[in-house]
Design a protein around this ligand. Structure first.
Ligand SMILES: O=P(O)(O)OC[C@H]1O[C@H](O[C@H]2O[C@H](CO)[C@@H](O)[C@H](O)[C@H]2O)[C@H](O)[C@@H](O)[C@@H]1O
Length: 603
């Protein structure tokens, strides 16, 4: 399933169950609409099944059907007919139905000779001899207790039902009774509603059916609640015509509008939309180094924001060993020496580590623990988490220690305001399993009660304060007066926490465009692509952020640049097929090192 682009579900709860299983068993990240799998997005759609209403409406008028209706009515003259058709499977709730019907006859003796339950049972997916004998016993017991020589309250047909007879039974029924304890795309309820177009008789529907979520005019029941179902049977048999008509019209309108054609179209639309989004996403272009070099050269005020692990420095097995190369240090030093540049390393590492390896670079800005601490160039470290309650750390540490003891090779990295459990050096299959257990425990038992966010990192689980993220620190830097008049913005990162930086950069560019378009509406509007009025911001943003465009676009871009020039380059390091908010991609940290070296010598 996880190799699909889209998965369609009958109900929201089925989609939720899959999400939960993927998060808890496989450790995947998910939202109610998306499961993240191997850098791919599996889209979850709720598309309840529909039936071919028109052909059923036509079929029910056939003379054969009419004939069968008349013969059944003759057979059960003077009786109310309750109808049910189910497969002989444990989940179809036949026993629950019989129990409820028995209770109804028990509670309401005045109805004993006046109602018949016609129960059609078709063979199930497997042989169910035990269930079959229980059902037979129950029917015999009801019929002997409440029936007579002339009349049996339960009429049981065990066979495949010919279509015309099935339609005739649904047309003449006074009540449809569906008591399944679990099902998916069962269409019996929909067929019953269409067949009742004229009589408008009610439907009792188990809350566990796949259609219960959409058929709001039905009487919903829990099939395990025998007494309630018994009472509802009686209420339906005495329901007034006005209520019947109201309930039926709600159900019928839904079934008509959500027919099989609508169902098929919903699937096709979902697949088209999702595939289009995914193919767009798959084309994160490789960073055009000529364009960025030219842009760098022509700019006068630059902001350069770099993540550390996986961006400036390759991933290593032991965090302490991930240290910058001399080439990286030299390039950063040169970049910082240029008065046009403000250069920052924004990392999840703690301040002590960043100080040790990057602290001596003059003019370099540092941000530690995902923005919890900052060191402006030539200043001391400043804490942004002073006011936060960090008492949760002890509780999280205890949980991480528990998993560390049981996962050989894993360890805990404790920082001031965050805490990380690393398992890169443990047996991977087992560690992944442990990580999922730990994650699941944190999500269900801890996260909702504590002011924290849980992050699935690269072979690690990290817990940090909710209020802290890299986007916040980027936002502060962009808003700071020292960055007014910025004309070159470069942001590079490799993991989930860096996405917050990309999003903030994108929003910043969009806000500038909005400002410009508000100030110069004519000039900008004349230049906007005509077909994309709803998408104006996005188009403009791409034009600004992605200078590698067609001639026509470049003309438009240069027009914007005259208003206010800003070239923004957001770059994701690693797999270019990965979902990201960055516009550009480079495959490895070495490309970043080469790039910053080239830029530092470029001016
Ligand atoms: O924001 P970053 O600079 O990317 O830091 C994120 C985390 O990086 C470190 O862990 C990761 O890198 C280690 C060294 O390559 C690797 O062994 C580990 O598996 C990775 O998860 C760091 O230890 C964490 O504190 C940072 O939050």
């Amino acid at each position: 399933m996880l190799h699909s682009n889209s998965i369609g579900f009958q109900t929201f709860s089925y989609a939720r169950h899959l999400c939960n299983s993927c998060t808890r068993i496989l450790g995947l990240e998910s939202t109610p609409k998306i499961i993240q799998y191997n850098d791919e997005e599996v889209m979850l759609e709720i598309i309840p099944i529909g039936i071919d209403v028109d052909s059923l409406l036509a079929r029910k008028l056939l003379p054969d059907v009419k004939e069968k209706e008349e013969s059944i009515l003759r057979l059960y003259k003077g009786k109310k007919i309750i109808f049910g058709k189910d497969k002989l499977d444990i989940v179809n709730g036949i026993l629950q139905k019989l129990n409820a019907f028995e209770q109804f006859l028990n509670f309401y003796p005045e109805w004993r000779d006046k109602v018949v339950l016609i129960q059609v049972v078709i063979p199930g997916n497997s042989n169910q001899p035990k269930l079959e004998s229980k059902v037979s016993e129950k029917i015999t017991s009801i019929n002997s207790k409440y029936g007579s020589l002339e009349f049996s309250p339960v009429h049981f047909y065990r066979s495949f039902l010919e279509q015309d007879l099935y339609i005739a039974l649904m047309k003449i029924a006074d009540l449809g009774l569906i008591t399944v304890v679990r099902d998916g795309m069962n269409t019996s309820s929909l067929e019953y509603i269409v067949c009742q177009e004229k009589n408008k008789n009610p439907l009792i529907l188990s809350e566990f059916t796949g259609t219960a979520g959409s058929i709001s005019g039905a009487i919903q029941i829990n099939p395990w609640n025998t007494d309630d179902v018994a009472h509802q049977i009686k209420n339906c048999l005495v329901m007034d015509e006005y209520e019947k008509a109201n309930r039926h019209s709600t159900m019928y309108n839904f079934v008509r509008s959500h027919n099989s054609e609508f169902w098929a179209n919903s699937f096709i639309n979902a697949i088209n939309t999702n595939c289009a989004t995914q193919s767009e996403r798959h084309s994160i272009p490789l960073l055009d180094t000529i364009t960025i070099s030219e842009s760098y050269k022509n700019s006068k005020k630059r902001l350069i924001l770099l993540d550390y692990d996986g961006t400036l420095v390759p991933i290593t097995n032991i965090p302490a060993n991930a240290i910058p190369s001399s080439k990286t240090i030299e390039s950063l030093t040169l970049l910082c020496e240029d008065p046009k540049n403000a250069v920052w390393v924004i990392s999840g590492r703690d301040s002590e580590f960043l100080n040790k390896h990057l602290g001596s670079i003059k003019g370099l800005g540092l941000s530690a623990e995902h923005g919890g601490f900052v060191r402006h160039p030539y200043r001391d470290w400043e804490s942004l988490v002073d006011q936060l309650d960090l008492s949760w750390k002890t509780q999280i540490k205890n949980i991480f220690d528990f998993f560390t003891e049981r996962t050989s090779g894993s360890f805990v990295e404790e920082k001031v305001a965050a805490i990380t459990w690393h398992y890169r050096n443990a047996n991977q299959d087992y560690a992944m399993f442990q990580c999922n257990q730990c994650h699941s425990h944190l999500e269900s038992a801890i996260a909702s009660n504590l002011p924290v966010e849980i992050l699935v990192g690269k072979k690690c689980l990290e817990v940090r304060p909710k209020e802290v993220n890299k986007g916040e620190i980027v936002s502060r830097l962009l808003e700071s007066s020292s960055n007014v008049g910025l004309d070159f913005l470069f942001v590079a990162g490799d993991d989930r926490t860096d996405e917050d930086m990309f999003i903030t950069a994108r929003n910043y560019v969009n806000s500038i465009i909005k400002e410009e378009s508000d100030e110069n509406p004519l000039k900008l509007n004349n230049k906007l692509p005509k077909s994309s009025s709803d998408d104006n911001n996005a188009s403009k943003e791409i034009l600004i952020s992605n200078p590698n465009l067609s001639k026509q676009s470049l003309d438009f871009e240069s027009e914007i640049c005259q208003l206010k020039h800003l070239d923004c380059f957001t770059v994701i390091v690693g797999n270019r097929n990965k979902k990201s908010n960055a516009f550009w991609n480079v495959p490895t940290t070495y490309n970043i090192t080469d790039l910053i070296q080239a830029l530092s010598k470029n001016d």
